[in-house]
Design a protein around this ligand. Structure first.
Ligand code: BGC
Length: 745
């Protein structure tokens, strides 16, 4: 855009038709240009675990091929790394590839919460926890944008399922929205300033996200200070004029001139203020600051190394009985399973990257085994997608190979077809033929290791106890094959931790009651009790909790100290030590537990974490500084974050269910002056910090001891009801004075 004039000046001199023209794309991936104002359109491409830049035919379902790019580990894996620095490495690398391919805006990352394990797009999201998602999203966006291009933070908001994603209304209460579903967006927007935010397809409490003024203007811009452009998800806009009014600037994709006429007609009829058009056009025009100045050159082999490095930090060692892993060097291995030769790299749909190179697990395992004088026999075991022709032969060969081995390593999991954008999963089960194969192999093999490849968690029941070790590799991108091989042989030490709980049964998940909804609505009935917040609070047993992950070494956590440094801030220090024989990375997970406040709190919530590298015997003292938001809940009464006065316990967890060190502090918190009147409950009067005690005395409760249950009944009545029913002779002017005092305080 012209440097010498402000955006407002430029827009005021631009004819309305041209301004409106800027508000939708030129085609599938690019925005319009306005040469007279020196605005050049920008080019977008899907991401974010690699680019899906289509220089040929276009679509948003990845039906047409895209240019070769590095396929980094998708968000499901990065979430399990618990390492923002790694998220940053991917962001920077994708940023460099974007510059090289002439892409100005990368569509991602997605920081939606994994509400239900059935969501078909969970592979594109980081975690069931908003703090973890937010921290990873911030690091990714900062690093990518530091390379020049911008991002589109998506899918804003409460888009947590694929079933009816274009029409469903996510019905979520305000506290749950703020504490769970908006939080990661808030962090990325306020801390990393993404170029654009993508409004999702769904409705929120009955209003389409792309037409939701509360979401796009009140919260996003007025509260969080977002200054970039809001982009629609592809074809998400229903009412073009309502969307503009709500704060949705750019409709994508473009090419439908009819929609421009709707906007023009609304302006001409006085139904849409031209200033709204000016403002959105200026925001879209300002995107040209993300245009790459000159295409760079990328060292794709170096990026492949990044993909491998990151992948090795993401896999989660779930189980390791009898020290089966790392594999003994020189062992004879049976590597079993189609997924060992046809690895699952990612999920299906718009985020599907065309990898320029792929590490094949079976080859990588063979090459390391041979290096150590061991050997590998491969057996396919099953056909992916249950195409069972000849399966019994495949099973027979696999059993034979397993029986003749020292260790059988079975690659099991889901095909890309089973986890893709646009559809939710029907169950968490592995294909039945794979379960049968695992069980048959484990009966004959001296040791059995299962390596899982899946974009969202799978059920482990029915075969878990039969096997010695389980490495949950999720989908690890193009370098996953090498990473898995190195982890199995102990060349690297596993350090991934679950970013999503693995329940014993799908039905144990509170979301199951309300998923995927009915009659056009999905009710987020579990409220803030999402994932581990439900399981740990209500003592629901799970197979593996959020935060779980084993290592080839052991760590000890001790000496946690917490000090309140103000009414709502706390300093924490804690010591960790590598007590085992090998070096490794440890994730210190810091949770806050409290019952303070007027709302029901989850038993503990993740508020901070850090991943540290420790040599054997090495100790480190870690320091954390928690600000008020770590202790706050969203108060629907005053419509703001509130820190309730009371006791708070800082807990370090080996996972969300296992506390290994804790200390408590008292926080003065916030004094919330809520106004009362005759229709407020007596309880609200009694609890008021300014007038509570006086009210108690005025109503005569100070003089006589009354039984608890009677007091509870009184507290639940409104003051008006109490006065009428009790006939208590309370002078009106005294009550009026107390009411006035609540207005002053
Ligand atoms: C997806 C977005 C994607 C867009 C463009 C939509 O269907 O929901 O995540 O960025 O298509 O491909």
């Amino acid at each position: 855009m012209s440097e010498s004039k402000t955006a407002a000046q430029v827009m005021s001199e631009t004819p309305i038709e041209k301004k409106v023209n800027l508000l939708s794309g030129q085609d599938f991936w690019t925005t319009e240009s306005l040469p007279e104002a020196h605005v050049q359109g920008v080019r977008m491409s899907d991401g974010p675990h690699g680019l899906r830049h289509q220089s040929g035919s276009h679509d948003h379902l990845a039906m047409f091929a895209s240019d070769l790019a590095t396929c980094f580990p998708p968000a499901v894996a990065v979430g399990s790394s618990w390492d923002p620095e790694l998220a940053g490495h991917i962001g920077a690398a994708v940023g460099r590839e974007a510059v090289a391919q002439g892409v100005d805006i990368v569509l991602g990352p997605g920081v939606n919460i994994k509400r239900s394990p059935l969501c078909g797009r969970n592979f594109e999201y980081y975690a069931e926890d908003p703090h973890l998602s937010g921290a990873l999203g911030v690091a990714f966006v900062r690093a990518l944008q530091a390379e020049g291009p911008g991002v589109s933070l998506k899918h804003f908001a409460a888009n947590n399922q694929e079933t009816n994603r274009q029409t469903i209304s996510s019905d979520v209460d305000a506290r749950t929205l703020r504490e769970i579903y908006l939080l990661a967006f808030e962090r990325v927007i306020t801390e990393a300033r993404p170029a654009t935010v993508m409004a999702s397809y769904n409705k929120i409490n009955g209003v389409f996200a792309s037409q939701n003024h509360w979401l796009l203007t009140q919260v996003l811009r007025e509260e969080w200070g977002f200054e970039g452009a809001v982009v629609s998800d592809w074809n998400a806009v229903v009412d073009r004029v309502a969307a503009l009014r709500a704060g949705m600037d750019l409709e994508m994709p473009g090419g439908d001139a009819g929609r421009d006429h709707e906007v023009l007609a609304a302006v001409r009829a006085g139904e849409l203020d031209e200033a709204v058009v000016d403002q959105s056009a200026a925001r879209v025009a300002a995107l040209d600051r993300f245009r790459a100045s000159a295409p760079g050159v990328v060292d794709m082999d170096a990026h492949h190394d990044v993909a491998r490095e990151v992948a090795a930090e993401c896999a989660v060692l779930l189980r390791n009985e009898r020290t089966t892993l790392p594999l003994r060097r020189g062992a004879h291995l049976a590597v079993i399973g189609r997924l060992a030769i046809e690895p699952r790299l990612q999920g299906g749909g718009s985020a599907n990257v065309n990898p320029y190179r792929v590490d094949v697990p079976e080859q990588e395992i063979r090459s390391i085994a041979q290096q150590y004088g061991g050997s590998v026999t491969f057996a396919e075991g099953y056909h992916l997608d249950g195409d069972d022709g000849g399966a019994s032969e495949l099973v027979g060969a696999a059993i034979q190979a397993a029986a003749a081995s020292d260790v059988a390593v079975v690659f099991a999991g889901l095909s890309e077809r089973r986890e893709a954008e646009g559809v939710d999963r029907e169950s968490l089960d592995l294909p039945a033929e794979q379960v049968a194969l695992i069980r048959a192999v484990s009966e004959v093999a001296p040791r059995t290791v299962v390596v899982l490849s899946n974009g969202g968690i799978v059920q482990l029941e029915g075969w878990h106890d039969d096997v010695d070790a389980i490495l949950e590799a999720f989908v690890l991108g193009q370098g996953g094959g090498r990473a898995v091989a190195e982890l199995l042989f102990g060349e690297r030490n596993p350090s991934g931790h679950l970013a999503e709980s693995i329940p014993l049964r799908l039905e144990d998940h509170a979301s199951t009651l309300n998923f995927p909804g009915e009659m056009g609505h999905v009710r987020y009935g579990e409220g803030v009790f999402v994932g581990y917040r439900q399981f740990s609070t209500f003592g629901v047993p799970v197979r593996y909790p959020f935060g779980h992950g084993l290592s080839y070494t052991t760590f000890c956590t001790r000496s946690l100290e917490a000090l309140a440094t103000g009414a709502d801030t706390v300093q924490i220090q804690v010591e960790v030590e590598n007590t085992g024989e090998v070096a490794g990375k440890h994730v210190v997970q810091l949770y806050v537990s409290t019952a303070a406040g007027a709302v029901r709190r989850p038993v503990r919530e993740l508020r901070e974490f850090v991943k540290v590298y420790l040599e054997p015997g090495q100790r480190e003292t870690l320091h954390f500084s928690l600000g008020r938001r770590a202790f706050a809940y969203w108060d629907i009464d005053v419509d703001q974050w509130v820190v309730a006065p009371g006791s708070y316990t800082l807990q370090v967890g080996a996972d969300a269910h296992t506390v290994v060190a804790e200390a408590s502090v008292e926080l003065a918190g916030d004094v919330i002056a809520r106004e009362v009147d005759l229709d407020s409950t007596v309880g609200a009067w009694f609890d008021h910090p300014a007038i509570g005690e006086s009210t108690f005395q005025l109503l005569g409760f100070g003089q006589a001891a009354i039984p608890e249950e009677q007091l509870a009944m009184v507290r639940s009545m409104t003051m008006r009801q109490f006065l009428t029913m009790s006939g208590a002779p309370v002078p009106t002017e005294n009550l009026d004075e107390l009411i006035a005092a609540t207005r002053r305080s």
